[in-house]
Design a protein around this ligand. Structure first.
Ligand SMILES: Cc1cc2nc3c(=O)[nH]c(=O)nc-3n(C[C@H](O)[C@H](O)[C@H](O)COP(=O)(O)OP(=O)(O)OC[C@H]3O[C@@H](n4cnc5c(N)ncnc54)[C@H](O)[C@@H]3O)c2cc1C
Length: 390
């Protein structure tokens, strides 16, 4: 039995494993999304702007504060929170997850226990905000070996020079978590760079055809100074960054699954109401076959994510597990949003029915947090014991 929120999109009842204390904040989130966010999406997507006015409503819900659900949130709750946001909009979930996923994970995994203890209460309430700056103009898939941004220690400060690209949410964040290579030992280290530090320049990436609401930055860092106290104390090599990517890739698997739910539910609503040949589209066999394929993709993706969440909580999941989940759910997402767009016909390319937005935005999710190929190579390396990256 699925939870009441998910009766249409969760036939095998992955959501049944959520406790009542976990469902309550998800219900509150659904109400805010329906009331405050949904009415704005088409207009802001078309304008290529983010509706920042929705953020106070989301922050108020304290979705990262575990007190309500007894200790640190379970991965299943964390996953359904991501799913619920993605089911509404891909830019919204990406913006929220830049803080609740990328930034918090960077501080939790990369910070010392003392740093994280000091920062986390403020991160959870958005008093301290940040984004994750790893990708560079010349290094995307090969960032592990290619990372070229340089860090040089000068007494109690570090001097950073380089450039970062695609950084989501950077324009409103207080800190950019910048990964740079220490000139002294050649290892990758992490720094909380103040967005307004002298030498830091942000430029909006324009002309996007996916995730138009989300603002992505091209960042230039010229002689930027960061105090040693703002260096992530537990990042000593790229291996430590990979540990962050493991968590982030499982979040993106939930995003790819939530997008499928949003597109599927919008398409189902449309074919139930629109008539051709004197009957609803949903009464045609060929349309029902597509609905069944969408639901199959979605159900399999949700089941995979729920199993991964159990592995995470048991502390037994590996890089290849989250890489497999990100790769495979994204592949299914691409088919699901294309089928949704197809059954809606011409209106499927307008912003009126929601499916066009999911269809376009899915392309960005397909590529970020490791492309299909790179995640497949992580899985392939684990299967064969041989690295095929280069
Ligand atoms: C909307 C959006 C938001 C993003 N947000 C962030 C962010 O907040 N922070 C951040 O740090 N980064 C972010 N990124 C960057 C993202 O992680 C990179 O785009 C991604 O890692 C791919 O890098 P690339 O775009 O440079 O593609 P490239 O590395 O140039 O790859 C191009 C193509 O070549 C393929 N390819 C590359 N190498 C191989 C190989 N060895 N074998 C087979 N195929 C290969 C790739 O799979 C891909 O299909 C974001 C990207 C997007 C689009």
């Amino acid at each position: 039995m699925p939870a009441d929120l998910y009766t249409t999109c969760d036939p095998y009842g992955a959501s049944d494993r959520l406790t009542e204390a976990e469902l309550a904040p998800l219900r509150a989130l659904r109400a805010v999304l329906d009331r405050e966010v949904k009415p704005l999406l088409a207009e802001y997507w078309e304008a290529g702007e983010f509706p920042y006015q929705v953020m106070p409503h989301l922050v108020e819900l304290n979705l990262m504060t575990p007190d309500a659900i007894d200790g640190e949130p379970r991965s299943l709750y964390h996953g359904f929170r991501v799913f619920e946001l993605a089911r509404t909009d891909a830019s919204l979930v990406t913006f929220y997850t830049a803080q609740a996923g990328l930034f918090r994970t960077a501080c939790r995994v990369g910070g010392t226990p003392e740093q994280f203890a000091a920062w986390d209460p403020k991160i959870r309430t958005f008093e301290m905000t940040g984004v994750f700056s790893l990708t560079e103009p010349e290094h995307g898939s090969d960032i592990a070996g290619g990372l070229a941004t340089a860090a040089r220690r000068d007494g109690d400060t570090w001097v950073i020079d380089g450039a970062k690209r695609w950084i989501g949410g950077a324009f409103t964040a207080q800190y950019l978590v910048v990964f740079a290579r220490d000139e002294a030992d050649g290892q990758v280290k992490g720094f909380l760079v103040d967005r307004e530090a002298p030498g830091t320049t942000l430029e909006k990436i324009t002309g996007k055809t996916a995730l138009r609401m989300m603002q992505n930055a091209h960042i230039t860092l010229e002689g930027v100074r960061v105090p040693e106290s703002q260096r992530l104390g537990n990042v000593n090599s790229f291996k430590d960054v990979a540990a962050m990517l493991r968590q982030m890739r499982s979040d993106v698997a939930w995003i790819a699954t939530g997008i499928q739910a949003g597109a599927f539910e919008a398409a189902l609503a449309y074919v139930t109401q629109r008539e051709q040949f004197g009957r609803p589209l949903g009464q045609f066999q060929l349309v029902q076959e597509k609905l069944a394929r969408m639901l199959g993709n979605l159900t399999a993706s949700l089941s995979l994510c729920a199993s991964l969440a159990e592995q995470q909580d048991a502390g037994i999941y590996r890089d290849e597990d989250s890489a497999l989940a990100k790769m495979w759910t994204s592949l299914r997402m691409r088919e699901t949003v294309a089928l949704a767009r197809e059954v809606v016909g011409g209106n499927g390319i307008t912003l009126e029915t929601d499916v066009a937005r999911f269809h376009a935005d899915a392309e960005a999710v397909y590529s970020y947090e490791g492309t299909h190929e790179i995640n497949a190579l992580v899985v392939g390396r684990a299967l064969t014991g041989k690295s095929a990256f280069a």
